[in-house]
Design a protein around this ligand. Structure first.
Ligand SMILES: [Zn+2]
Ligand SMILES: [Zn+2]
Ligand SMILES: [Zn+2]
Length: 784
């Protein structure tokens, strides 16, 4: 157990905060000291060129209080641009103190993410007497574009895309006045001298300019049209979220059949009329990062008068909605004009990176948007909306991009000594991101996407080159996945003069979660996801590792089964189900046409699949938990084919929403030597019996989830590793994660799960960096 783990009978935890913004020289540290003392917290605060760092230790409720009051009661002249919080184990910190400032630091510390409009700028925007009234490019030193406009360092106007706009005398005076809110605000602008709006038709002909363009765009949305809007990190496609026909048109044109669409609401009050909203969720929505937050819809009984009837096509069959608030002046003005929620989805074709240039947008979005609301401030690099959900009382990042990228994760030097030279990690294939480690800081790229399309590959190349240049860190070492067909792996293999390190996919998942939670070995790593190449050449995805100082041993896994059709099985849960049944029943599986999974195939298809499985043709073995979820979704008749990744597992989770039960299915752990095996066959037999008995799908789903969560606890008990690290896309499933965490805690284990870095493959790059640092050959090098 960590030192100082209890205060009386209350468990003690540690909250680590990095606060960036106008927080230096404004009485911020004394304020933090007083607040911490008042709440009886231990810990410290200090300044560095990268921001204010705080570690506070105490009972959880006091720390939550500290977090909320820090923002609500901060000194009047301070302004928080970015606040990243990580919940860590208690470390037995001494009474709270202000530590001396640390000097030095790299100039890269100055690369901030794009920041949501601050309250002062919003007031000016809506004030008819202000010279920036209705001006959609209003910003100040507290807010506005950063990462998306920086061409090179240092961060001066000449090195941004604002260099082409010459400040008028009034803007210049603000910029030069140390007492002004716009002192050295690099993107400073006004209607007289800054960027301006235009509304284009698909041929690129200007229809309206300035505020007329905005009003005409709003009018078009109101009339059911689809408008592409150039924002801060790229284009969004907007449509009236109440208009089913508009939503369906957008889906058809964007080739996005069922995947939920994001919504932008005019206000927090409007959000509350449609969704449940906790204080932490409200805080995230209104934060300077301005992410998309996954919220639960109000149950029908909870809505007295539906203020905004959301079209059914926005998120069919989904109890959650992805919700954004306006985070730049243009979005504020549009939503103020509309006063109702709009669909605000990335300006791209399915799975391609978001468009950033109006000419490129006309080409790529020409068939989707009826109109283009554009401006003449160039975007240097794309940044999609970040996606966050609140789970177990804290944030969980699902996609890290605008508002967060390229902020670093700082490695704990006691656990992972800084590398001698820069290390680049090229990530996985789906949900790709890259990472660049310079010293002990790991700079995480914005979400790039699935590397299947030409635009995605070009974006990947651009981001790698961009990071090396921006951080002046040509890599000495490059870490990559072991899968030879991943575009990222091939790219790394072609790099000249670098040292290559392959890091197994699921090991990377575990190390990523350990790094951000500052957990060192020994630990039990649980990596459950859809697909990743294993060391034995099969597809892994239901893995347990004993992580020690110099090793990472696969100690247990789910029982493997074959996936007829390989990649095609990833999109068709019925194939996973058939593979599972074949593993259990052999040829008899093909006679089980009483099961929805088998009945979903024609006799001809079944014959082909039978041959595949029997002769082992294109039917790879997998121990993937994600595929097991798919198979169960198919067996219970929930879904046979998917239109987006993770759909079947998501629906299986939704099915249990109203069910409360502790019952589960038997999922025994084999005895003998590692790796041990969790055998799902008894669980599936019991599940089939439930199906025959007419047990509802929701109850079956709950029992299946309970069995998996229970299995995690059983494996932890077997190997007796106190720290248990949960990672991989499956742990985005709220029910599974909450249940596993509760079970582990009840059995006296210490569970960890992802916070600031995605559990899915968007977090792989950070784990690859740590994997490279753990490489024994590397550790012989002298740290800088
Ligand atoms: Zn501002
Ligand atoms: Zn001006
Ligand atoms: Zn993965």
């Amino acid at each position: 157990m960590p030192a100082g783990g209890w205060a009386g009978d209350r468990p003690v935890v540690r909250l680590k905060l990095t606060v960036r913004g106008a927080v230096q020289g404004v009485g911020f540290r004394p304020f933090i000291f007083r607040l911490a003392a008042e709440l009886g917290l231990a810990g410290w605060v200090n300044n560095s060129s990268a921001g204010v760092f705080i570690e506070a230790e105490g009972p959880r409720a006091s720390l939550e209080d500290f977090l909320v009051r820090l923002e609500a009661e901060k000194p009047p002249r301070s302004f928080i641009q970015s606040l990243e919080a990580a919940w860590l184990d208690a470390a037995g910190l001494p009474p709270f103190a202000i530590l001396p400032s640390t000097t030095g630091g790299r100039k890269t510390a100055l690369i901030m993410p794009d920041l949501a409009t601050c309250p002062d700028c919003l007031c000016e925007l809506l004030d008819p007497a202000n010279r920036r009234h209705l001006y959609p490019f209003t910003n100040c030193t507290h807010c506005g574009p950063r990462f998306s406009i920086i061409e090179s360092l240092p961060y001066d106007r000449a090195n941004t895309t604002m260099s082409q706009f010459t400040m008028c005398p009034q803007c210049r005076a603000e910029y030069d006045d140390p007492r002004d809110r716009r002192f050295h605000a690099q993107p400073n602008a006004c209607p007289a001298c800054g960027p301006h709006l235009e509304l284009w038709n698909p041929a690129g002909e200007g229809l309206f300019a300035n505020h007329q363009a905005l009003l005409a765009a709003a009018q078009a949305v109101r009339r059911g049209r689809i408008v592409a809007v150039k924002g801060v990190g790229g284009f969004h496609l907007l449509a009236d979220a109440r208009n089913e026909a508009a939503v369906q048109r957008l889906r058809a044109r964007k080739q996005r059949e069922e995947k939920p669409l994001a919504l932008m609401f005019p206000s927090l009050a409007a959000v509350q009329s449609v969704c449940e909203l906790s204080p932490l969720e409200a805080r995230l929505l209104g934060s300077p990062a301005g992410p998309l937050v996954l919220l639960r819809r109000l149950r029908p009984a909870g809505i007295s008068v539906p203020a905004f009837p959301i079209a059914g096509g926005v998120a069919p069959g989904n109890p959650n909605l992805g919700v954004l608030l306006p985070s730049n002046p243009l979005h504020h003005l549009l939503l103020a004009a509309l006063q109702f929620p709009v669909v605000a989805t990335s300006g791209n074709l399915s799975d391609e990176p978001i468009c950033i240039d109006e000419h490129e947008a006309r080409e790529r979005l020409g068939g989707i948007a009826d109109l283009f609301l554009v401006h003449d401030r160039p975007i240097v690099r794309h940044a999609d909306d970040s996606i966050v959900r609140v789970m177990l009382g804290r944030e969980m990042m699902l996609r890290r991009a605008r508002g967060y990228a390229p902020l670093p994760i700082t490695l704990n030097p006691q656990l992972w000594p800084p590398p001698a030279g820069p290390v680049l990690a090229v990530g996985a294939h789906l949900k790709n991101t890259i990472a660049l480690a310079v010293g002990g800081e790991v700079f995480l790229s914005q979400h790039i996407g699935d590397l299947d399309t030409g635009p995605a590959r070009r974006a990947f190349h651009r981001v790698v080159a961009d990071f090396e240049r921006l951080f002046e860190a040509p890599p000495a070492t490059v870490a990559m996945d072991l899968h030879p067909d991943y575009l990222s792996t091939k790219f790394a293999g072609e790099m000249k003069g670098v040292r290559l390190t392959g890091v197994q996919h699921h090991v990377a998942h575990v190390l990523s979660c350990m790094a951000e939670n500052e957990v060192g070995p020994p630990a039990l790593g649980v990596a459950w996801d859809g697909t990743g190449l294993g060391l034995d050449g099969t597809i892994w995805g239901g893995e347990f590792f004993a992580v020690a100082d110099n090793s990472c041993e696969r100690v247990a896994h789910l029982r493997p089964f074959r996936l007829p059709g390989g990649d095609q099985a990833v999109r068709e849960p019925r194939r996973a189900a058939l593979g599972l049944l074949y593993e259990m029943l052999g040829d008899a599986a093909f006679t089980r046409t009483d099961l929805p999974a088998v009945a979903a195939f024609s006799q001809t298809e079944l014959a082909v699949l039978h041959t595949m499985l029997k002769k082992n043709l294109n039917a790879p073995l997998t121990s993937s938990a994600g595929r097991l979820f798919d198979a169960v979704a198919s067996l219970t008749g929930q879904r046979q084919k998917m239109s987006f990744e993770g759909q079947a597992a998501m629906e299986l989770e939704f099915a249990l929403a109203e069910v409360t039960t502790d019952e589960d299915y038997p999922l025994p752990l084999s005895a003998g030597r590692a790796p041990l095996m969790l055998d799902w066959a008894p669980a599936i037999e019991a599940l089939l019996a439930d199906l025959r008995a007419g047990v509802p799908a929701g109850r079956i789903s709950a029992k299946f989830h309970n069995a998996l969560a229970g299995a995690v606890v059983r494996v932890a008990r077997h190997f007796r590793l106190h720290r248990v690290v949960l990672s991989g896309g499956c742990f985005q499933n709220r029910y599974l994660t909450e249940r596993a965490v509760a079970g582990l805690r009840a059995a006296q284990f210490q569970p960890y799960w992802p916070q600031r870095v995605p559990a899915n493959d968007g977090g792989i790059a950070l784990g690859q960096i740590v994997g490279a640092l753990r490489d024994p050959a590397l550790s012989q090098l002298q740290p800088t």
